[in-house]
Design a protein around this ligand. Structure first.
Ligand SMILES: [Zn+2]
Length: 352
C-alpha cells in the first residue's frame, strides 16, 4: 500500500501543476455529480394544482428535476384524475418528475404506529401510480404545522423499513425551520433563491428550496419570479457550476460518495489502477434497497494524452462498463467521467 501511495504521489508530482488535483491524488471522486461546485434540489409540497400546472411544465422544458410531495389521502382514490396525472407525469419524465411522500393525510401523528401506517399507505400509492418497484427509494417530507409525536429514532426506523429517506432541508437544516423562521416563507423572490445558489457554489453544499403554490393556491410563489429563478438555475447547471438533482438522487450520490473507499493501487506513465468498492448496504446496516447511482470520477493524466480508456471488468451490483472499456476525452491533462460505484478494479490507460 505504501509503495502504491508513493507511486501515485510521484505520478502526480510529474504532472503539470494546473492539472494536479489538490490532494495530490491522480484520481478522486467528485464532490457532486459532473464535478459541479454545489447541489440544488427543488421541492414542491402538498401536490398543489398550481405546481402541476405552472411549475412542472417549466421544469420539463428546462430539463431540471423537481420533487413533488403528495398526500394520497387528499384524493378520491387511485383513479382520481387529479392524482393519476402526477403518476403519468412521473412515468413520462422519470428524470424530471419525482414523487415524494408527504404522509397520507398531512394531519400529523400521535405515535410511531400511526406514522408507519401513513408512510406505508402513501408510499405504496405513489410507487403504484408512478410505475415504480415496491422497494423504490422515496424522499419523505414532514408535514408542517401539525402535531408530530414520533421520536427521531422511531421515525428513522419506520422510514428505513419503508424505503424512504427524510429529505435534506433548506440550508443543510434537516427537518425544521432555522432561526425560528421557516425558510419557505422567507424565500419569496428569484433574488433570494439566488442567494442559496451562490451559497451552494461557494460552500460546496447541498441547498434546497421549498415551494407550495406557484402562481396560485397557498403559500404562493410568484409565477414570474419562479421562471426567473429557473432561468438562473438552468444557466448555472449548463455551465457545470451547480448540479440540480432530485431529493433522492442527491441523497444517493452523497451516500455512495461518502461510503465509497477509492484506493489507488498504481499510477505511473502507463496509467492508473484503482479500487472503488462502494457502500456495502449489509455491512453499513442499511435496511433499504441497494443504491445504483454512478459517481463522477476525476483523474489527472499526462498533459499530452488526448483520451483515456477506462476498464472496469468486475462490478459488484450494477451494470459493468463494456468489456472493451469506454473512451473518455482528456482536456488539459484531466478527465471527468461517471462510473458506477461498487466496482472492484478500475484501470485507466492512454487511448489515443
Ligand atoms: Zn405540507
Amino acid at each position: 500500500m505504501k509503495s502504491a501511495l508513493l507511486a501515485a504521489a510521484a505520478f502526480a508530482a510529474a504532472l503539470p501543476s494546473p492539472a494536479a488535483e489538490s490532494d495530490g491524488s491522480p484520481v478522486r471522486i467528485a464532490r457532486w455529480k459532473g464535478d459541479a461546485k454545489g447541489a440544488i434540489s427543488l421541492y414542491y409540497d402538498d401536490g398543489t394544482g398550481s405546481s402541476f400546472k405552472n411549475a412542472l411544465p417549466e421544469l420539463v422544458r428546462r430539463g431540471l428535476p423537481g420533487t413533488f410531495y403528495i398526500c394520497g389521502g387528499w384524493f378520491g382514490g387511485e383513479d382520481d384524475p387529479n392524482l393519476v396525472r402526477w403518476g403519468t407525469a412521473a412515468k413520462e419524465h422519470p428524470d424530471i418528475v419525482f414523487l415524494g411522500d408527504h404522509t397520507w393525510n398531512h394531519g400529523g401523528v400521535t405515535n410511531a404506529a400511526q406514522f408507519a401506517e401513513e408512510v406505508s399507505l402513501n408510499g405504496a400509492m405513489l410507487r403504484k401510480i408512478a410505475g415504480l418497484p415496491e422497494d423504490a427509494l422515496l424522499s419523505f417530507a414532514l408535514p408542517g404545522a401539525v402535531r408530530w409525536d414520533v421520536k427521531p429514532d422511531e421515525q428513522a426506523e419506520v422510514l428505513a423499513k419503508h424505503h424512504e429517506v427524510l429529505r435534506h432541508d433548506f440550508d443543510g437544516n434537516v427537518g425544521g425551520p432555522k432561526d425560528g423562521q421557516n425558510p419557505t416563507f422567507r424565500m419569496k423572490t428569484a433574488a433570494l433563491a439566488a442567494e442559496a445558489f451562490d451559497r451552494a457554489e461557494k460552500n460546496g453544499g447541498w441547498e434546497s428550496l421549498i415551494f407550495h403554490g406557484v402562481g396560485g393556491d397557498w403559500i404562493t410563489f410568484d409565477l414570474e419570479e419562479h421562471g426567473k429563478m429557473l432561468d438562473d438555475l438552468e444557466a448555472r447547471a449548463k455551465t457545470g457550476r451547480l448540479w440540480v438533482g432530485s431529493a433522492i438522487d442527491v441523497h444517493k450520490y452523497e451516500t455512495e460518495r461518502d461510503g465509497a473507499k477509492l484506493r489507488v493501487l498504481r499510477a505511473d506513465a502507463n496509467g492508473i489502477d484503482f479500487l472503488l468498492p462502494g457502500l456495502d448496504p449489509i455491512e453499513e446496516g442499511w435496511l433499504g434497497p441497494l443504491y445504483d447511482y454512478p459517481l463522477t470520477i476525476i483523474c489527472t493524466v499526462p498533459a499530452d494524452w488526448k483520451s483515456i480508456r477506462v476498464n472496469a471488468p468486475r462490478v459488484s451490483r450494477v451494470d459493468a462498463l463494456a468489456a472493451e472499456g469506454i473512451v473518455f476525452p482528456v482536456k488539459d491533462g484531466r478527465s471527468v467521467f461517471d462510473l458506477p460505484s461498487g466496482i472492484i478494479g478500475v484501470t485507466i490507460r492512454k487511448a489515443d
